[in-house]
Ligand binder design. Structure first.
Ligand SMILES: C[S@@+](CC[C@H](N)C(=O)[O-])C[C@H]1O[C@@H](n2cnc3c(N)ncnc32)[C@H](O)[C@@H]1O
Length: 288
């Protein structure tokens, strides 16, 4: 089934943030401690659900012969502190990351000390099948941290909602083979995806977890214009986090309903739910 078969067309990725709690103050800190401390009580968990899915998608993308030498890179969109890169390339769980960054030991460190501690930690947990990861996020301190500790091979802060990629990101995109996305569907629109795909040199697949409160339709159409067919995994949803307050829940129930979803047993039960969308060139389509 294509995503548009089962989704309403109400709203857009850019406009659906209206009633959603904002966490801007934890996105651009010099290290991830505030991010994990603030999100722990809300049980933000979508990167944990994404971990096996992204590993599988990347294994399939790496096995797909695109006629170019070398393993294609993952482009983690809205990468923040490199959480998806940590989970993809290292033997580590999101639960361990919460424990690590909220621990008294971490809380007592300076950012420089935490950076050194993390660098050693992730080097020791590196998986043999690790793949290159390019990080893109407008939060400069967050991506700088992820790069400094070795989670990202390269990091960029271009805001593709506002302008085309600069020369650095354009060069890096030549090697990208898979875009991953968690937690960013309320912030970016088809503009960002179009800008990325215009610079792609290798087949660029997309694996995206997007809130049910947001319509993926405009992005799906932008991807289709670049030869990508989007398939929605309609078999299940994935919980993202608890609602911050009853007002946010009321917004999410209304937005999910407006997008054609039944909130019963989902948003009505207290958490945001996401859907998983996988986009691949028609010819590949996961069965190459
Ligand atoms: C909820 S966080 C998700 C971080 C990470 N992917 C995760 O799941 O833990 C959303 C991120 O989107 C980033 N963001 C917002 N607008 C953006 C844009 N136009 N381009 C790239 N990143 C953006 C924010 O800076 C923030 O780091």
């Amino acid at each position: 089934m294509t995503a548009s078969d089962s989704k309403g067309s109400t709203g857009s990725a850019g406009s659906a943030g209206g009633g959603k709690a904002r966490f801007d103050d934890i996105y651009d800190r010099p290290d991830p401690r505030a991010y994990f401390t603030r999100l722990a009580p809300l049980e933000y968990e979508i990167p944990a659900h994404a971990q096996p899915v992204f590993r599988q998608a990347m294994a399939e993308r790496a096995a797909f012969d695109d006629g170019r030498p070398g393993t294609p890179a993952v482009l983690d969109l809205c990468c923040s502190y490199g959480i998806n890169a940590a989970l993809l390339n290292h033997d580590v769980t999101l639960a361990e990351m919460y424990e690590r960054y909220t621990s008294p030991a971490a809380q007592a460190m300076t950012t420089a000390e935490l950076t050194a501690w993390d660098k050693e930690f992730y080097a020791g947990r590196r998986r043999p099948d690790a793949v290159p990861v390019i990080g893109l996020d407008i939060a400069a301190p967050a991506v700088a941290y992820a790069h400094a500790v070795g989670l990202l091979d390269s990091a960029f802060t271009d805001n593709l909602e506002q302008r085309p990629p600069g020369p650095g990101l354009s060069r890096a995109l030549a090697e990208a083979g898979l875009i991953t996305l968690t937690g960013g569907g309320s912030y970016i629109t088809a503009r960002t995806f179009t800008a990325l795909l215009e610079q792609a040199r290798r087949p660029l697949w997309v694996s995206a977890f997007v809130l049910r409160t947001v319509s993926y339709g405009p992005i799906e159409r932008a991807l289709a214009a670049h030869g990508l067919r989007t398939v929605l995994d309609s078999s299940r949803t994935y919980t993202q986090r608890l609602f911050a307050d009853p007002r946010e829940q009321r917004y999410a129930i209304a937005a999910a309903r407006a997008a054609g979803h039944d909130p019963a047993g989902h948003e009505q039960a207290g958490r945001f739910h996401t859907l998983y969308y996988a986009s691949r060139p028609d010819a590949a389509d996961g069965r190459h």
